[in-house]
Ligand binder design. Structure first.
Ligand code: NAG
Ligand code: NAG
Ligand code: NAG
Length: 204
């Protein structure tokens, strides 16, 4: 019993190498990176959000919380999966950068890198049936900055989301506040999330 459980966990780890597998590890990575404090959210995830970045050559990069990704590999747009017993949806996905223009002086934070709703859970794949409110923007941390924490959050969608007027495709992406937005639109706390660290392109 113990041995077979060990073997199947080991097999799972081999298959799933790289991506988030354990919810407590994701929570710890968020806490260790001070993300809940810095974006003023309560982060007690009950599921895993899997974010895949397509690559021009080779398989997608699947994030795990705190992974460093070369900026050039972050063009996206990402696809999202959810792992956990979360129901069919709808869901909202938000991506924010709390470190713009630099982590030490984040005067433009948060920058909204994605905001989309009406995602439904199709056997784990999150499929959106409406265009995103804010389409994905590739990370562009400025030269000289340390890596930024690009943070992806999954929320249960509220009835209010589809009639919100706070953000649209032409709303400025800087000085966004996901805590304030979630509160205004009644999204509650995120149910899952992950984040990647992206540094500026090396000087050429
Ligand atoms: C960066 O990405 C572009 C487009 O995907 C590719 O053509 C280029 O070779 C990449 N550069 C590096 C240094 O990987
Ligand atoms: C988009 O939102 C901005 C506020 O962020 C508002 O001023 C503008 O009228 C909105 N545009 C449309 C087309 O709704
Ligand atoms: C973001 O919104 C929350 C309210 O949800 C507020 O407490 C906080 O001060 C805001 N942060 C900034 C930087 O404005």
């Amino acid at each position: 019993m113990y041995l077979s459980r060990f073997v199947s966990l080991f097999a799972l780890a081999l298959v799933a190498v790289g991506q988030d597998i354990f919810i407590p590890a994701v929570k710890k990575a968020f806490d260790d990176a001070d993300i809940p404090e810095d974006i003023e959210i309560v982060f007690n995830p009950t599921a895993l959000l899997e974010v895949s970045l397509p690559q021009t050559v080779g398989p997608p990069i699947i994030l795990h919380a705190g992974i460093h990704v070369p900026r050039n590999d972050t063009a996206g747009p990402p696809t999202f999966h959810v792992v956990g017993n979360v129901g069919h949806g709808p869901f909202v996905v938000a991506t924010v950068d709390p470190d713009a223009p630099t982590p030490a002086d984040p005067t433009e934070a948060q920058v909204r890198h994605f905001l989309g709703g009406n995602f439904f859970n199709e056997n784990g794949l999150l499929v959106n049936v409406t265009p995103a409110v804010s389409e994905f923007r590739q990370p562009t941390p400025p030269a000289g900055s340390p890596a930024h924490r690009y943070t992806f959050l999954l929320f249960n969608q509220s009835p209010e989301f589809n009639s919100q007027t706070l953000v649209n495709a032409s709303t400025i992406v800087t000085n966004f506040n996901i805590s304030q937005f979630a509160s205004a639109v009644d999204l509650g706390n995120p149910i899952a999330g992950t984040f990647m660290l992206v540094a500026p392109d090396p000087a050429t």
